[in-house]
Write a protein that binds this ligand. Structure first.
Ligand code: BGC
Length: 760
């Protein structure tokens, strides 16, 4: 007996020892350099030289070596990656490609819509970290393209300093319905706004020789069913609504890569979809980069993916297996030339970026510098949207405003809500970041009042009557409501369960993490809190934290002020205080429309195997159906007042090759300096086909001092007025008189109108 116990003990010890070694090996995830040894390659001056070099390298590869270029890593490496993340909370980069014999280093992938996902110092809880920005939807609300360039300049540099040269950002799927779980990762409901931001992101990243992978191509606007849903769409809707922003980053941004989405498009998985990946993307748009699959469940059939033009299976080799490919070649389903072409796209792109001259060096010290941290605060400030600011509770006007709050001394300020002191930066799926610190709303407000000596009281709203009492005796009340990564974000359930749920048309288990919202209303506790506090104190603002639109009908008319602060990044609390107290004049405008009721939006369900995306959603739907939104697209108040006058069409008559030019005078007639987003929409009243009432086609954010007037020039290329004629399979610019609307929101009453014509 004793002997048996002894033997068992030895076995246990040995197992423990082996497990410890395994864990250590997993922890000690090998980092690879992605730098090319430039001495081994002649310098590349022209596209022809690049093509030649790529061809010559492929020529030297065996079929097995070529196949190695078709996936991220073998399964064993992928397991190490998953365990690393699950056990140690670390997010190492994921490598792909590379061939030591031919001096080709691998590329290293990381996500990054709000900052570098895989960071240099990966130990969870470590003080070190990267700069974490407000989520993309917040930045979309800034309508500030220059700001987005600066943000991605920082992210690009921090990527390079972290050894990353391939990144899964920007996310540019359209916000079709506010319930979409990953809304926060994108910029807008509008393809134009999305495209402009996407382009800024791609250009800034690629300036630092980081290969940008825009995602998810295409029609990925439902989260819970993302692995199974088949999206039906007609040709016009596809071309005019869901693809223009992808086309823009391909043609104007020369984006290095696209990630195919999980979902099916017109009956075929995007990662196996020849119509999307070859016919449209390469043959029509002339894309020269490479396409990777979305992770783990992006492709199911290696042969179909090769035929479709999927270059890389991520993150590991599942269907791009030697035996499958060799059999496919032997059966005549695919050819080695097709493999060569797939490898060519990836390798050519890798060489193009890897052999290019870097504009600077990327030492560790450039990560999370004071300057980039200042930029993240600035971004949060510029993105906050003031929806309502009036002592008249159900008015949307600016009369007798509540904000900015007075900065007087001897005040008591109550900061109330379960999110008031939460480090809450949004999604904890692939867009998560590890940052050195987070300033919560309460901390930002508390620190702001340190100089004034005021008392700031935090209340987590766990006891409603206590919260009411506190609000009653306070001079200013800040109610922080909204969501966390639990209510919205990437859907992080085991995929089998998610698939089953989607197929059953409902959720199977408890809601765990992320996914689509099943209601647009705030949590009942938040709604009850707002309603109760609004009765006690009129010097109150509701601060909403979240990534998309909400149904605020239950309490909108009861509160005097509403500020959308979004998931506002690591400096969000400081930015919030600066906006609430008027150090910063709010200038954000909604990048989507907010409906009065949920039924005004297009049909949406998180759980479905099939859905049709129609031509109209967002403001184009509301315009068409004459539905008045609660808050229109492009709307946002300021502490100042901007007047529009003198709309002049400088080019009253154009040809298809010309560019429309208009100018408008914007005057700051308020008492504080500020920034205004000037928006231009085109109208199609005279069209011979069904077209939206109006479409955003230009915008500019201008700074105006008190009393200052500026003439703002806006331009639109005639080709950007085209519609897609599915019968002719062509974009056509109609010859007719168009309306042009310019103003501070998409609401009719906020727009000046003029006309111009396109003639041959
Ligand atoms: C997400 C992608 C992401 C990838 C890698 C997937 O689940 O859909 O957006 O790039 O994971 O993290």
């Amino acid at each position: 007996m004793k002997k048996a116990i002894k033997i068992m003990g030895y076995i246990l010890l040995t197992l423990l020892f082996v497990a410890a070694i395994m864990l250590y090996n997993i922890y000690d995830y090998t980092e690879h350099s992605v730098e090319f040894d430039k001495t081994k390659f002649s310098s590349i001056e022209t596209d022809e030289q690049l093509d030649q070099l790529t061809h010559s390298l492929i020529k030297e590869m065996s079929l097995d070596e070529k196949i190695e270029q078709l996936y991220g890593r073998p399964l064993s490496d992928a397991m190490i990656l998953v365990i690393n993340s699950a056990v140690f909370g670390r997010t190492p980069p994921v490598y792909g490609g590379g061939n030591e014999r031919l001096n080709i280093p691998p590329y290293a992938f990381s996500d990054g819509p709000r900052g570098v996902r895989a960071n240099k110092e990966r130990t969870a809880g470590d003080k070190l970290g990267v700069t974490s920005f407000p989520v993309s939807m917040a930045r979309g609300a800034s309508w500030d393209i220059e700001l987005e360039s600066q943000i991605y300049d920082v992210i690009g540099k921090e990527m390079r300093a972290s050894g990353i040269n391939y990144t899964g950002t920007p996310t540019i799927n359209l916000l079709r319905h506010p319930g979409w779980g990953r809304a926060q990762e994108v910029y807008s409901e509008d393809p134009w706004l999305m495209g402009e931001f996407g382009l800024a992101a791609v250009n800034a990243l690629q300036h630092h020789n980081v290969m940008s992978c825009a995602k998810h191509f295409a029609l990925n606007s439902i989260e819970n069913s993302r692995f199974v849903v088949d999206v039906e769409v007609d040709e016009r809707t596809l071309r005019e609504v869901y693809l223009p922003h992808f086309k823009k980053v391909v043609q104007e941004g020369n984006v290095a890569s696209l990630m195919a989405s999980y979902n099916k498009v017109l009956g075929e998985y995007a990662g196996q979809n020849k119509y999307l990946l070859s016919d449209i993307l390469r043959d029509e748009w002339g894309f020269k980069g490479f396409v990777s699959s979305d992770w783990f469940f992006g492709t199911y059939d290696g042969i179909a993916s090769i035929q479709a033009g999927l270059n890389v299976e991520m993150p590991y080799q599942k269907v791009y297996q030697q035996d499958i490919i060799e059999q496919g070649i032997a059966d005549g389903e695919i050819t080695e030339a097709q493999i060569d072409k797939l490898v060519f796209d990836t390798l050519r792109t890798q060489l193009k970026f890897g052999l290019a001259q870097d504009p600077m060096a990327y030492p560790d010290s450039i990560i999370a510098t004071p300057k980039s941290i200042e930029l993240t605060r600035l971004a949060a400030e510029k993105s906050m949207v003031l929806l309502k600011n009036s002592k008249v509770k159900n008015g949307h006007d600016n009369s007798a405003p509540v904000l900015p709050f007075a900065k007087t001394k001897q005040q008591q300020i109550a900061v109330i809500g379960r999110l008031a002191d939460m480090e809450n930066l949004g999604d904890t799926g692939s867009s998560k970041t590890t940052e050195p610190y987070v300033v919560t709303p309460y901390e930002g407000i508390r620190d702001y009042h340190k100089k004034l000596g005021n008392k700031v009281v935090l209340d987590d709203a766990s006891d409603l009557s206590a919260s009411k009492k506190l609000a009653e005796v306070s001079d200013q009340v800040i109610v922080v409501v909204g969501y966390t990564h639990i209510e919205e974000g990437e859907f992080l359930l085991a995929s089998e369960e998610a698939n089953k749920a989607a197929k059953l048309g409902k959720r199977t288990g408890p809601k765990t993490n992320g996914g689509d919202r099943e209601t647009l209303k705030l949590n009942p506790e938040d709604e009850a809190l707002i309603k109760a506090l609004a009765k006690t104190n009129n010097n109150l603002v509701v601060v909403y934290v979240g990534g998309s639109g909400i149904d605020l009908s239950a309490w909108d008319s009861e509160v005097p002020a509403i500020l959308f602060s979004w998931y506002s990044g690591m400096e969000g609390g400081n930015a919030l205080a600066n906006v609430l107290y008027g150090d910063v004049n709010p200038s954000g405008k909604l990048p989507f429309s907010i409906a009065k009721q949920e039924s005004d939006y297009p049909y949406f369900t998180p759980y479905t195997e099939k859905i049709t995306y129609g031509y109209y959603h967002g403001y184009t739907l509301f315009d068409k159906e004459n539905i008045e939104p609660a808050y229109p697209f492009g709307f946002g108040l300021s502490y100042s007042q901007y007047d529009y006058s003198n709309l002049v069409v400088n080019t009253p008559e154009l040809t298809e090759a010309d560019t429309l030019s208009v100018s408008v005078t914007v005057t700051n007639s308020g008492k504080v300096a500020g920034e205004e987003v000037v928006q231009l929409y085109l109208g199609f009243d005279n069209s011979s086909v069904d077209r939206p009432v109006k479409l955003l086609r230009a915008f500019d954010k201008v700074h105006l001092a008190v009393g200052e007037s500026k003439t703002v020039e806006l331009a639109v290329k005639a080709k950007d007025m085209a519609w897609y004629n599915p019968e002719a399979k062509a974009w056509q610019v109609e010859q007719m008189t168009y309306q042009v609307y310019v103003g501070g929101s998409s609401a009719k009453q906020d727009l000046l109108t003029a006309e111009f014509a396109i003639k041959l």
